[in-house]
Design a protein around this ligand. Structure first.
Ligand code: GLN
Length: 245
């Protein structure tokens, strides 16, 4: 099967292993006999209607977010329609912030988001940097990664976080939650790199993308020895030196 990935603004939002996340999706798809077809969706490019199974938007600094935010907002209708049609979506860090309603950056600029996730973000003056470990009760799994953000993300009442913070700051350093999910849309501050250390999450995205492409399937497990080790090292780092105020 061909899995069509739309990588939004790879030239702007690409810090901390965003390409590595795509490489993991490609390798894990190939190991199951599927092909990942990645197309960049950049500034001024139209969103191919119905032609994307999984959207990806990565991390960036405020400056890059400012450069893309209005173009992304102009793509908002097409992206919301694609998600309404069952496409999956992963937003990381700066990209996550723009999946909410708005992001007020460090300089006070009020950037529009596309409202795919029920949240908004406001920058604070202390950056939240460090290793993070999350408990994702909805999946019965953990996620380990690294965060580096000034934005404090506030979920709307009733919004579903991606996980409960075991160690680290998470969305705002105080709520005890990290990320957000709504249907097949996921947002998280974890990068550096997210999917290589958390292969179950990569497989979940692939499974949902395949379902959109017309194939309801369970992916056969892979050996994942290195991945398990990477997760364990990262989780331990978070436990011993995850950030807190
Ligand atoms: N500019 C955002 C912040 O600092 C996102 C940073 C990032 O993507 N690493 O909150």
């Amino acid at each position: 099967m061909r899995i069509r990935v739309g990588h939004l603004y790879p030239d702007y939002l690409n810090i901390y292993a965003d390409r590595g996340n795509i490489a993991v999706l490609a390798a894990r798809a190939a190991a199951r006999g599927h092909e990942l077809n990645v197309r960049a969706i950049g500034m001024g490019d139209p969103v191919p209607a119905g032609g994307v199974d999984l959207f990806y938007i990565g991390g960036g600094q405020d400056r890059e977010q400012e450069l893309v935010a209005h173009d992304l907002a102009a793509k908002g209708d097409a992206l919301r329609e694609a998600v309404g049609g069952g496409a999956a979506f992963l937003g990381v860090c700066g990209g996550y912030q723009l999946l909410g309603r708005s992001y007020v950056d460090v300089a006070g600029n009020d950037l529009p988001g596309i409202g795919l996730l029920p949240l908004h973000t406001v920058a604070g003056d202390r950056r939240m940097i460090g290793d993070v470990l999350l408990e994702c009760d909805w999946a019965g799994r953990t996620l380990a990664g690294f965060e580096n953000h000034a934005g404090r993300t506030i979920l709307d009442g009733g919004a579903e976080p991606l996980g409960r913070v075991v160690s680290g700051f998470g969305n705002d350093g105080r709520s005890g939650f990290e990320g957000c999910r709504a249907g097949r849309v996921y947002g998280t501050y974890l990068h550096g790199p997210l999917l290589p250390r958390n292969p179950w999450f990569a497989d979940r995205l692939l499974t949902e993308a395949l379902a959109h492409a017309g194939l309801d399937t369970e992916l056969p497990p892979l050996p994942d020895e290195l991945e398990r080790e990477a997760h364990a090292v990262s989780a331990e780092r978070a436990r011993t030196r995850g950030g807190r105020f």
